[in-house]
Design a protein around this ligand. Structure first.
Ligand SMILES: Cc1cc2nc3c(=O)[nH]c(=O)nc-3n(C[C@H](O)[C@H](O)[C@H](O)COP(=O)(O)O)c2cc1C
Length: 384
């Protein structure tokens, strides 16, 4: 049954990837309630159908900071993309650039900044985690700047990692994980050849470059676990604000008070996000958190949002709830794992088509016309 492109890509990715990788992508924190609510709450938002409004002229083009986006969509930072497809970060970045939208390189990517940035013809975005090793953070920022990155996405919802029990079950972590991963690779020969063998090296490019020696998967889990910094506060971000000349986006805001703090701090944007339900299970879905946040800070900074966006209709819903632009997470990863750059290109084309249909049938001729007026309040829904 075809429900959406990302449903199909998810099923295909499940077949193609060794289970430890599929579940690393697909899973969330604890009992995964928030992860499911992200999708359910968003899809329950009812659009208001309008007809006979001459919708022949329609544009999706969006201005964000000093960039023009062909549609109000960017690819979210996702660690380890180079494990899902051969040199996966390069492939995803190329598909995004060809479509005219930003790609965000994760701190914990397989391909380093220096490999991805020159492979595309538009500046990529770079995502940084708050880590105890400030030397690494400074080094990464300097390298991103040197590679032409203008927009920094600063992820703040991981002062400590949420427990992802699926990872222990699947062999991503836990007892005899290395052996289990090897056995899984052997039973997925297409992946083993294309990515496991031809996609090497599989170390974490940005961290290896800093440390001067390869940082493998085992090493990565240990390094990250020791490096998350629960002591972080807005004050610690000031040196980055001073150092970074381009737009700075704070990712992981879910509360209107934190959004107001981001405005006071001088952030250029926020990402309303619960990390795709991968951190604190039980928090609000992004869709449900969005209206109050938009009421608090819309217009003071750019509001980006992710978590649960799977279709072009979801993009329109999230923008109607208050976002200026959205980020795709799992939706693009499933496509990348299935079909590499071509998969991501196909997904982005479908998302664009779905957005166009939603805009024609709700009477929005441009992204700026997508507002809460396009939604029908319903009991039990995000806007009741
Ligand atoms: C496999 C995976 C890896 C991720 N890695 C990162 C990361 O390195 N940095 C980050 O800020 N967010 C990371 N995220 C969170 C995404 O940027 C985004 O917030 C999330 O995927 C959105 O939810 P969705 O997948 O439901 O769309 C990751 C998400 C997934 C699924």
């Amino acid at each position: 049954m075809i429900i959406s492109a990302s449903t199909d890509y998810r099923a295909a990715a499940k077949r193609k990837l060794p289970p430890f990788l599929f579940h690393y992508i697909d899973g969330g924190a604890y009992a995964e309630y928030t992860m499911r609510r992200n999708v359910d709450d968003l899809s329950s938002v009812a659009l208001r159908q309008r007809v006979l409004r001459n919708m022949s002229e329609l544009t999706l083009e969006t201005q964000l900071f000093d960039e023009t986006l062909s549609m109000p969509v960017a690819l979210a930072p996702v660690g380890l993309c180079g494990m899902f497809a051969r040199r996966g970060e390069v492939q995803a970045a190329q598909a995004a650039a060809a479509k005219g939208i930003p790609f965000t390189l994760s701190t914990v990517s397989v391909c380093p900044i220096e490999e991805v940035a020159p492979a595309i013809n538009r500046p990529m975005w770079f995502q940084l985690y708050v880590l105890k090793d400030r030397g690494f953070m400074k080094n990464a920022l300097e390298r991103a700047k040197a590679a032409g990155v203008k927009t920094l996405v600063f992820t703040v919802d991981m002062p400590t990692p949420g427990a992802r029990y699926r990872d222990a079950h699947s062999g991503m972590s836990g007892e005899r994980a290395a052996l289990r991963r090897m056995l899984q690779a052997m039973t997925h020969p297409a992946w083993a050849w294309d990515v496991g063998l031809m996609g090497k090296p599989h170390d974490l490019g940005n961290i290896s470059t800093y440390r001067g020696h390869p940082t493998g998967l085992e090493d990565y889990i240990g390094w990250l676990a020791n490096n998350f910094d629960p002591s972080i506060s807005w004050k610690d971000l000031e040196w980055i604000r001073d150092f970074w000349e381009g737009p700075m986006i704070i990712k992981g805001i879910l509360d209107p008070d934190d959004a107001r703090d981001a405005v006071r701090f001088g952030a250029d944007g926020i990402v309303v996000s619960n990390h795709g339900g991968r951190q604190l299970d039980g928090v609000l879905s992004s869709a449900r958190a969005m209206p109050e946040i938009a009421d608090a800070v819309k217009g003071d900074l750019k509001i980006l949002a992710d978590s649960g966006i799977r279709t072009g209709l979801d993009v329109v819903r999230m923008i109607a709830l208050g976002a200026d632009t959205v980020l795709l997470g799992r939706a693009f990863i499933y496509a990348l794992a299935t079909g590499g750059a071509a998969g991501v290109t196909n997904l982005l084309n479908l998302i664009e088509k779905e957005m166009r249909v939603a805009m024609v049938l709700t009477g929005a001729k441009s992204v700026s016309e997508i507002s809460r007026d396009l939604l029908v309040p319903q009991a039990g829904s995000v806007i009741g």
